[in-house]
Design a protein around this ligand. Structure first.
Ligand code: PMP
Length: 382
């Protein structure tokens, strides 16, 4: 199988991730922070090492501000439901994933409302302006993706968060699609809550997510329970990361994620990105010469787009194209990619689009094979 669905989750995972998880289940299989025996202490240390690696990668102020979750969806739910109160207003981009839109929609039942800021691909001034114009005196949060999982559009989160600071508004960034591709520096930006998936561009296992919380004081935990700390108290501890990490953690996954961070550091994020841009550039050039292919965005370049391409074959439903590719050994994702707003943006709500997203492991020959299939006469007769 040629796997080009890396925006959903990366595959294959690096060998060192697989090996570290095998070792974790043999050697670090105790509840960290709960027992005074050696395996529990060793497990705590391994988990802390992973926090440190993540903290360093994103230049966070303290490894204790790194909270482990199940996935980026749980990170976003924890932040949105932990901060917002009746009467609060939120601004989101018009491209957000359902991981943001569904929690927000359910919060409207509690008297929270939101506005949608339009995004202008390649025009960051206009995008910033539309965020500014969407604010009102009740705006508490801006929730914004860094990269669209459908169109690859890169949003100017540094400028948006700097603008928010002027109005004392908190910023949540959904970096599910950008972590591991673009550098994100928390010291250098005004991002208050960075929500991440461990299993996409960070190359960790599924079932890993992260929130990096700058200031934990004004966010309530939505899940409370045993943390191994201050057990005598019926109150959830206020210390980080315990405040947001009740119950047994996914230790095997977290240790795998630590090995994955070592992997991307050894490759270099910029080198990974360069490889992927080269692949999508070749694909974009080939597709733009095919009359039957509809492209919706300009050629992906580093400043404005992530290395992924979504397209349609004229007249065909995206699911049919994906099935044709799957029958020929290529895995891509069609449909709406859990982001109907992004499809509405390009007028593709009715048939979705075919998304191609390479990884550091994707070979040029695999992209050439995809191109040859898309030229194939049989595709036109579907
Ligand atoms: N936000 C974006 C932009 C995404 O692409 C995704 C995954 N498709 C998510 C959030 C949710 O991530 P997870 O699957 O880790 O919950």
């Amino acid at each position: 199988m040629i796997y080009l669905d890396n925006a959903a989750t990366t595959y294959p995972k690096p060998l060192q991730v697989i090996k570290s998880m095998d070792l974790a289940m043999r050697k670090y299989n105790a509840n960290p922070g709960r027992g005074g025996y050696k395996m529990s202490i060793d497990t705590s240390e391994e988990v802390f090492k992973c926090r440190e690696k993540i903290s360093k990668l994103f230049n966070a102020s303290n490894p204790e501000n790194v909270v482990f979750t199940l996935n980026c969806t749980s990170s976003l739910n924890i932040v949105l439901k932990g901060i917002l109160n009746k009467g609060d207003h939120v601004v989101v981009s018009c491209l957000e994933h359902n991981a943001v839109m569904r929690p927000l929609q359910s919060l409207t039942q509690m008297g929270i409302d939101y506005s949608v800021a339009k995004v202008y691909p390649k025009d960051n001034d206009a995008t910033l302006d539309s965020f500014r114009k969407s604010l009102n005196e009740r705006t508490k949060l801006i929730v914004c993706m860094h990269v669209s999982n459908v169109w690859g559009i890169r949003l100017p989160i540094e400028r948006i968060s700097a603008m928010a600071r002027q109005y004392n508004i908190r910023v949540v960034v959904d970096a599910a699609q950008s972590a591991g591709i673009f550098n994100i520096d928390l010291k250098d930006s005004n991002i208050d809550y960075l929500c991440l998936a461990g299993h996409k561009g960070l190359y960790g296992p599924m079932g890993t997510g992260i929130i990096i919380i700058k200031n934990a004081n004004d966010i309530r935990p939505i899940i409370e329970g045993g943390t191994g700390s201050n057990s005598i108290s019926m109150e959830q501890p206020n210390i980080m990361p315990d405040k947001f990490e009740s119950g047994t953690l996914n230790i095997t996954g977290i240790i795998g994620l630590g090995a994955a961070i070592d992997f991307i550091n050894s490759k270099g994020i910029n080198n990974i990105a360069r490889h992927e841009y080269n692949l999508v550039s070749r694909l974009y050039e080939a597709l733009s010469n095919m009359d039957h292919i509809e492209l919706y965005m300009p050629k992906p370049d580093l400043n404005y787009f992530a290395p992924l391409i979504s397209f349609n074959v004229k007249k065909l439903d995206s699911e049919n194209v994906a099935r044709f590719l799957s029958n020929n050994g290529i895995a891509v994702r069609a449909g709406l990619h859990c982001a109907p707003s992004a499809h509405k943006f390009c007028g593709t709500l009715d048939r979705g689009a075919v998304r191609v997203c390479p990884s550091v492991f994707t070979k040029y020959s695999e992209i050439e094979f995809l191109i040859s299939l898309l030229k194939n006469k049989r595709l036109h007769n579907l």
